[in-house]
Ligand binder design. Structure first.
Ligand SMILES: Nc1nc2c(ncn2[C@@H]2O[C@H](COP(=O)(O)OP(=O)(O)OP(=O)(O)O)[C@@H](O)[C@H]2O)c(=O)[nH]1
Ligand SMILES: [Mg+2]
Length: 796
């Protein structure tokens, strides 16, 4: 059997990303024979339309839940959700019934092989639990501080002031995830750094406390001091790393490194979790309990919030509020990156005011695009916030329209910005992706929203604030994904049913072996052909990769000097640079935004390869990547051969159909593998450069005393130059090539293994079956109908 989701005791290749490591343990399945899909149960019910125990939460302006809204939601139900849910329930019932019948038939069989076979089939069907229908869909809100991400998220989930927001300073301090569940409680899990992670962090902080000739206070240093003293008390910042390690923290840190808050109302949870999420680097006085909580802030890694189901967001959707930049905390910065990479939808959020300025905005958009190339992202939009912030008088003057009122002016400006920015987005996306990619062609690349007006409704209607439009977009995306997933489950179920109908075949063991070998030889040959095709499909990356290396060699001096020289107004940059070196070239500074020397050095190569890389790997469903074309060619050849050999080998039709469907499944698994490897391959250029520069970063980070900044600059620029001469860019090129080769080998190895086991299973001598298999015809026909319904919905 294909090794990932089938076969006794096999491992699960396509595991679903779980939220936090310490929480949400996967539900336990009957794991004796089959690995079940490892998915936290809480995500996978088909949700919102049901009302459920907590469906009354939305619609109101405050955090108080008011039951009167219940009726309205029933009217708001979405027909597609209902249809999908109905099909899911039918599938589930058919699977359960067949498993029950199989189990019931067990006592009739005495031969251990038969019993194992039946047990296997039963578990296989139960493993398809359509309850666990959806991998969570992550939606990342991503933008600079103050853009209005948390405020927008509050509006989307219809809970005003749920997440802390602030107009005066950077507010959200760590990645916050919000998802819904069927429970009644409002929950937050605050994950803290582990002891080891904190020690690692502390080392860096102490380094930053070091005084050199440029002893003026700067941001990096004062933040480091604040963090140290928050944990170890006043004046602890003057201590050495070793001394601090021996000290007892002044805050009480839970052993589990996770703080769980559970409240009945959203307001209570909001009040309780606020101090953990709100940025505390300039602490304000609070109650003594709050102060103690606040002191934990340097240790907070991320926060997971779960609210009861609401009509506003489908269950299984996880919003990720990603603060503008990370901070010096490496772990948090890693989480930031990781979070962007696992988002299926990315919203680059920026306010009207800042969008016109352009530069940071462009940078953010680029970060989003990068995630699009390397991560799970399938959909990216620009969300322009604060559309209500418009001075009508100014607008009238600007546009020479004496009578336009605020409402019309806002809508007009929304339209203009949408057109302009859509063009800009399209252009940028087209530089990176093929022009027929789904995302380039989608109508809503830009949203213009007002979370404030969503609540106040002074000038704009709810619809005009576009908050409902964003929700609708999520719902559509979600339904499409859900339908596709359900279709996959149904297909898989069909495969198993086909197998069941094949079992009582009376074919002789000897002839089975001959058939198996015949097909095995053919498939082995086709896998070898596929290997060649994959190699060919990487060729278009070759030339740009080489050209990119030439470009990188031409421009690296300028790139590095841009990092090293700040001409004016950047006090304290030397310490930022030190932090950059301590963190191996990557540092998210609050003042200087995100600095990534390795990535910047690799950029000329990325610019050259982006388009062809996209061609090879793109994810969109309706357009095919070249890799996918290779796999499809392989699949078609195998399936055609199965068809031909059906006649030649006089094989059973059901056996052949089963094998054909297994081929689909196995190739699908290979596609998943490609998806999993894609990010690592894309990032291999920057990773290789980072690896080559490690010593140089280390040396620069150790510089102390007089002229430290200048010496650090010299070490870095000489170090980079030396490494370039030693072939740093060529090695990066080689590294990417190596990664591509490894993936190619992994694909072929996996296909070989999966096909070998499926052939063994199908052609085992089931004719020796003692006793009868139950009649599963009616379940099979139900499942076939579900399959048809889903397929026609997909086409529609
Ligand atoms: N006028 C207006 N102000 C808004 C709107 N959305 C957010 N704001 C204000 O913008 C400020 C910043 O909002 P936040 O939601 O805290 O911004 P953020 O992007 O989460 O910022 P960080 O947490 O620092 O990353 C707050 O004062 C909000 O009230 C809007 O639609 N209209
Ligand atoms: Mg925020």
């Amino acid at each position: 059997m294909a090794s990932s989701t089938r076969g006794a005791g096999g491992s699960h290749g396509a595991s679903v990303p779980l939220l936090g490591a310490t929480t949400c343990a996967p539900p336990s399945h009957d794991s004796t024979l089959l690995p079940a899909r490892v998915v936290p149960a809480q995500y996978f019910s088909i949700p919102m339309a049901e009302g459920g125990p907590a469906a009354h939460g939305g619609g109101d302006d405050s955090l108080e839940e008011i039951p009167r809204k219940k009726k309205k939601y029933k009217r708001d139900r979405h027909p597609e959700d209902g249809e999908c849910k109905k099909l899911q329930n039918e599938l589930k019932a058919a699977l359960e019934e067949s498993s029950r019948k199989l189990l019931q038939s067990l006592p009739e069989h005495r031969l251990p092989e038969t019993r194992n076979g039946i047990q296997y089939l039963k578990n296989r069907l139960m493993g398809l639990k359509p309850d666990i229908l959806l991998d969570p869909i992550h939606i990342g809100l991503f933008g600079s501080t103050g853009a209005g991400k948390s405020t927008l998220l509050n509006a989307i989930i219809d809970k005003k002031f749920f997440l802390p927001v602030s107009g005066s300073e950077a507010c959200t301090s760590c990645v916050v995830q919000i998802n819904t569940s069927r429970g009644k409680q409002h929950e937050a899990k605050i994950h803290l750094l582990t002891d080891e992670e904190w020690k690692d962090e502390l080392k860096g902080l102490v380094e930053l406390m070091d005084l050199d000739e440029d002893s003026e206070d700067d941001h990096e240093r004062s933040e480091a001091a604040l963090k140290i003293s928050a944990i170890y008390g006043k004046e602890a910042e003057t201590k050495s790393y070793e001394e601090l390690c021996r000290m007892k923290p002044v805050v009480s840190i839970p052993l589990s490194r996770c703080i769980l808050l559970k409240e009945t109302t959203a307001k209570d949870l909001s009040d309780k979790m606020g101090p953990y999420i709100r940025n505390q680097s300039s602490p304000k006085p609070g109650t003594s309990k709050e102060e103690d909580i606040m002191q934990l802030w340097p240790l907070i890694k991320n926060v997971e919030v779960t609210v009861p189901n609401s009509q506003m967001i489908p269950e299984g959707v996880i919003f990720v509020d990603i603060p503008g930049t990370g901070d010096f905390n490496t772990k948090r910065d890693e989480m930031w990156k990781e979070n962007i990479n696992k988002c299926s939808i990315i919203w680059v959020v920026n306010s009207f005011e800042r969008i016109l300025g352009g530069k940071t905005h462009q940078m953010l958009l680029n970060e989003g695009m990068k995630a699009f190339q390397s991560g799970m992202c399938r959909d990216i939009s620009l969300v322009v916030t604060k559309s209500d912030e418009l001075d009508p008088e100014e607008y009238r003057k600007e546009t020479n329209r004496d009578h336009i009122n605020k409402h019309d002016a806002i809508l007009e400006r929304n339209e203009t910005v949408k057109q302009e920015k859509s063009q800009m987005m399209k252009k940028t996306l087209m530089k990176k992706l093929p022009s027929d990619s789904e995302v380039v062609c989608k109508p809503d690349l830009v949203y213009t929203v007002s979370a404030r007006e969503y609540w106040q409704g002074k000038t704009l209607s709810k619809e005009e604030t576009e908050v409902p439009k964003l929700r609708e977009h999520i719902r559509r995306f979600y339904t499409e994904q859900k339908r596709n997933k359900l279709l996959n489950y149904t297909t898989e179920a069909m495969v198993i049913f086909s197998l069941i109908t094949t079992l009582p075949s009376k074919t002789h063991a000897q002839s089975l072996l001959a058939k198996k070998n015949y097909l095995k030889d053919f498939i082995t040959q086709k896998i070898a052909d596929l290997e060649n095709d994959i190699k060919k499909c990487f060729i278009p990356i070759e030339q740009p990769l080489r050209e990119g290396v030439d470009e990188a060699k031409k421009s690296y001096k300028k790139t590095i000097s841009n990092f090293l020289k700040r001409n004016h107004g950047h006090q304290g940059y030397h310490r930022t640079l030190k932090a950059v070196c301590l963190k191996k070239g990557v540092y998210a500074s609050r003042t200087f935004f995100r600095i990534d020397i390795n990535d910047a050095l690799a950029q000329p190569i990325y610019r050259k390869i982006d388009l062809s890389f996209g061609e090879v790997f793109r994810l969109q469903m309706s357009t095919r990547s070249t890799l996918k074309i290779c796999l499809d060619t392989f699949k078609n050849a195998v399936q055609q051969k199965l068809q031909e050999s059906g006649i030649k080998l006089e094989a059973d039709n059901d056996q052949l159909n089963f094998l054909k469907q297994e081929t689909d499944f196995i190739v699908g698994e290979a596609e998943k593998l490609i998806l999993q490897r894609k990010a690592e391959i894309y990032q291999s250029l920057a990773a290789s450069i980072q690896n080559d520069l490690l010593l140089c970063y280390e040396e620069a980070a150790m510089v102390r005393g007089s002229q430290a900044f200048q010496r650090m600059q010299t070490i870095l620029s000489n170090g980079v130059e030396r490494e370039v001469e030693r072939g740093m860019f060529e090695r990066a090129e080689e590294s990417m090539r190596g990664h591509l080769q490894v993936m190619q080998k992994q694909i072929t190895k996996k296909l070989e293994e999966d096909f070998s086991s499926v052939l063994s299973f199908v052609f085992s001598p089931w004719d020796q079956l003692d006793g009868k298999l139950p009649d599963l015809q009616s379940e099979f026909s139900t499942i076939s109908n579900i399959h048809k319904a889903l397929q026609s919905a997909k086409v529609a």
